[in-house]
Design a protein around this ligand. Structure first.
Ligand SMILES: [Mg+2]
Length: 145
């Protein structure tokens, strides 16, 4: 459902346009940037005839691999060093964040998941699993609080 140029997810039983283009709840310039990025990702794959390889299974594996590359940038760093990586390391971390985000958006695009709404919904669930009064200052999993 579109309201004033904003596509609203999850109302009226629909999460995306009839042409299956976008389903985000973002608005204004943020919405435009995500739309443009998704278009770039689609065009990048289409131009290389890579769509045949981009099943959700393969994309999720690529996402995990890129998350591993991000993790590798922090491997063996001290806690303090991880908080203030030097310029070269930070540039590599930024690249890996880009890779992770690209694959995450690509996965969401293929499965028609609104990543913002998914994160918002998960935050609500997390707040229920980790009440402030029991989770404050604790690194324990919710099942052990
Ligand atoms: Mg990478």
């Amino acid at each position: 459902m579109r309201q004033d140029g904003i596509l609203v997810y999850g109302q009226g039983g629909g999460g995306y346009n009839a042409d299956q283009s976008y389903w985000f709840t973002l608005s204004g310039s943020d919405m435009k940037r995500v739309e443009e990025l998704i278009n770039q990702i689609r065009e990048f794959s289409r131009a290389r005839d890579w769509e045949q390889f981009h099943s959700p299974k393969n994309i999720s594996m690529a996402l995990a691999a890129e998350a591993g590359e991000l993790l590798a940038e922090f491997q063996w760093l001290t806690e303090d060093a991880s908080r203030s990586p030097d310029e070269a390391v930070l540039a590599r971390i930024r690249d890996e964040v880009g890779d992770v985000f690209i694959y995450l958006l690509d996965l969401c695009d293929h499965l028609r998941i609104d990543p913002i709404k998914a994160a918002e919904d998960k935050m609500i669930k997390n707040a229920g699993k980790y009440p402030i009064e029991t989770a404050r200052g604790s690194a324990r999993k919710y099942t052990e609080l």
